[in-house]
Write a protein that binds this ligand. Structure first.
Ligand SMILES: CC(C)(COP(=O)(O)OP(=O)(O)OC[C@H]1O[C@@H](n2cnc3c(N)ncnc32)[C@H](O)[C@@H]1OP(=O)(O)O)[C@@H](O)C(=O)NCCC(=O)NCCS
Length: 334
């Protein structure tokens, strides 16, 4: 990164998961599965599920309010809102605009960004560019998902994985030796067929037939994504570190997207990184897409594991296929 540009720091973080918890034992009553299979094959024990009334914006608003409080900023301070979601309230207006209204923020530009489960990393990198140029000084980034609303609850290969939740951060400019140090982003549209929601867009608008065929629900080729992720995550990590002139041994914590504990363990092994340097929160949250990284980060902060000056490596992959990583020096003082 150009050293003349400003560095983007996380000045505040907030998260929210819906109250309702769905355990593996609950799932045993819905599909042909069992707790042992889910735990051993995915690392998930339970997940949070939104109520019928809760949309992505509702989760995002609570996470955003907590992040703003944590950063010590008010609605009047926010000058840009970026929301990452694959489960927007509606196709339009953007969920960012819905959240803007609910937070009482007026006039700040607001837009959604779609990069599947890499969305939080894409949003962080995007926000960091506006900070770097000095265009905006208080950016609200929100990853919010209600995957349960697009889950096929009769498909055991996907319904045991998916979950709901939200995470938000406030980005501000800060000291040159901290914040976002380097990043990488990528995409390969040829892999779009491995994880998608066939109907509901302009390709296949909603009809009685699309609904009857469950085409508005998420479809996934699990083993294809698994192989891709295990290969890609270590590459992302090495690329981001090299760009910052750092190496694996410099990492204090790896914060990967939480899709399957076995993917994360395989990536850590390939990198030669011990698991005590990997923040894992999948057991209690499952895969809530753009929210997994801020949730893992917030849990570790609350547990006092992340300290000032720590080098955090955020890496993710998702629908698109997309991927991305950020090396971040943690600098928040309180
Ligand atoms: C989906 C995933 C958990 C499946 O695990 P897997 O070890 O690859 O399992 P397979 O798909 O090879 O299936 C193995 C067997 O388990 C069965 N199975 C699948 N889901 C099951 C479940 N929930 N409970 C019990 N058995 C299940 C399969 O039917 C298959 O049975 P068979 O051998 O009789 O055909 C795994 O592929 C995965 O996590 N992929 C990545 C998904 C991902 O990251 N998605 C998000 C991207 S952001």
């Amino acid at each position: 990164m150009n050293s003349a540009l400003l560095k983007a720091h996380i000045a505040g973080i907030g998260t929210y998961v819906p109250e309702k918890i769905l355990t593996n034992f609950d799932l045993e009553k819905i599909v042909d599965t069992n707790d042992q299979w889910i735990r051993e094959r995915t690392g998930i024990q339970e997940r949070h599920i939104a109520s019928a009334e809760q949309a992505a914006s509702d989760l995002g608003v609570i996470a955003a309010q907590r992040a703003m409080k944590n950063a010590g900023v008010t609605a009047a301070d926010i000058d840009l809102i970026i929301v990452s979601t694959v489960t927007p309230d509606m196709l339009f207006p953007s969920t960012a605009c819905v959240i803007q209204e609910q937070l009482g923020i007026t006039e700040a530009p607001a837009f959604d960004l779609g990069a599947g489960c890499t969305g939080f990393v894409y949003a962080l990198v995007t926000g960091a560019q506006y900070i770097a140029t000095g265009a905006y000084r208080n950016i609200l980034l929100i990853g919010t998902e209600t995957l349960s609303k697009v889950t096929n609850w009769s498909d055991r290969s996907t319904c045991v994985l998916l979950a709901d939740g939200a995470g938000a951060v406030v980005l501000q400019p800060g000291a040159a030796d901290g914040g976002v140090l380097s990043f990488t982003l990528g995409a390969d549209g040829r892999g779009g067929k491995y994880l998608f929601q066939p109907a509901g867009g302009s390709r296949l608008p909603a009809t009685m037939e699309t609904v009857q065929k469950n085409l508005h629900l998420l479809q996934m080729s699990g083993p294809e994504i698994f192989k891709f992720a295990v290969r890609k995550l270590p590459e992302i990590a090495e690329e981001v570190l090299a760009k910052a002139g750092l190496s694996i041994s410099d990492i204090d914590f790896l914060i990967p997207h939480q899709a399957n504990a076995r993917i994360i363990e395989a990536a850590a092994k390939r990198l030669g990184l011990p698991m005590d340097k990997v923040l894992l929160s999948i057991a209690k949250y499952g895969n809530n897409s753009s929210a997994t990284i801020p949730l893992a980060m917030d849990d570790a902060l609350k547990a006092g594991r992340i300290k000032n000056g720590d080098l955090l490596l955020l890496i993710a992959f998702g629908a698109g296929l997309t991927w991305g990583g950020v090396a971040l020096r943690w600098t928040k003082t309180d």
